[in-house]
Design a protein around this ligand. Structure first.
Ligand SMILES: [Zn+2]
Length: 299
């Protein structure tokens, strides 16, 4: 949804006659990876970020020492470019990437947001937690790849499938993250990225009637798994629109239980035969019938 503006003059800036408008969100936030839209593409030079973050939060290209190292910041910023280049090539600009810090109030920055005006803001709280669960920053790469998936959705008017909640777009972004981790980041076995998938599932929610519903944990797991399968090196590389077509063709079948489908003409033969081998598996993941141990040992 578009955000309306409310004029609030920050006391801090009254003295400098620097007027800032504070944007207010009208939607309820969920803990991570929201898709939000902003009307204007201007990065604000104010003491606050926007109303999705605490009033005391600040933007930075670096991490505070308690959240991570300069190497971490350089690494993730590099991934911001690498993920863009993987999907859209060298000539398209990478999103503006910033960390959001708010001292050591980690809960208040436990979020990452992709904006329709080409910005990705990554909270220090979620960065720190993700790094603590995988010191290689694989989980942070997955979160960033998910957020870049929203940039692709803005650019190409995706997802093609819409629902009464944001679920379809969130699951597609999970799938795009799985796709990148295998095909772009080079993690060829599922076990290599199990920490990222475990994290994706952990942030699923059960608020299926809320407009902010991101997908049940098991659905998020099956979405990243499907993205990973589509990324098999033997398959042709998909652009964002083709990924969307393939993702929802198979995911619809998984969700609806109508997965023994004839192949449409515009789906690649190699992809189809390969994905069909995994449809029962995807169904079991989506239904929550697969144990963690089995899931993490998938090929
Ligand atoms: Zn998201």
């Amino acid at each position: 949804m578009k955000m309306k503006k409310l004029t609030v003059l920050s006391a801090l800036f009254v003295m400098t006659l620097f007027s800032c408008t504070k944007e207010t969100a009208t939607n309820e936030e969920t803990p991570i990876a929201e898709v939000l839209e902003q009307a204007q593409g201007i990065e604000r030079d104010c003491g606050y970020v926007d109303s999705n973050w605490p009033s005391t939060a600040k933007l930075s290209t670096t991490l505070t020492a308690a959240a991570g190292t300069s190497a971490d910041a350089t690494f993730l910023s590099g991934q911001n470019t690498a993920i863009k280049t993987f999907w859209r090539g060298a000539t398209v600009a990478a999103p503006t990437f910033r960390f959001v810090n708010n001292g050591k109030d980690w809960n208040s920055t436990y979020n990452a947001i992709s904006y329709s005006n080409g910005k990705i803001y990554f909270g220090e709280g979620i960065f720190k937690d993700a790094k603590s669960k995988d010191a290689t920053n694989l989980i942070n790469v997955m979160i960033l790849a998910h957020e870049y998936g929203h940039q692709l959705q803005y650019a190409f008017n995706l997802p093609s499938k819409t629902e009464s909640t944001v679920r379809s777009g969130e699951l597609e972004a999970d799938g795009m993250a799985g796709y990148y981790l295998r095909r772009g980041y080079g993690k060829t076995s599922f076990a290599q990225i199990s920490t990222a998938y475990e994290f994706a599932a952990s942030i699923g929610d059960k608020n299926t009637t809320s407009s902010g519903h991101h997908g049940l944990p098991a659905q998020r797991r099956s979405a990243v798994r499907l993205g990973f399968l589509l990324a098999d090196a033997s398959n042709p590389k998909l652009n964002a629109k083709d990924f969307d077509y393939n993702f929802f063709y198979y995911y619809e079948g998984v969700l609806a239980g109508t997965y023994r489908m004839a192949k449409p003409a515009n789906i690649d033969e190699a992809i189809h035969s390969r994905i069909m081998l995994h449809m029962d598996e995807l169904m079991r993941i989506k239904n929550g019938q697969m144990s963690d141990q089995e899931y993490f040992n998938l090929n």
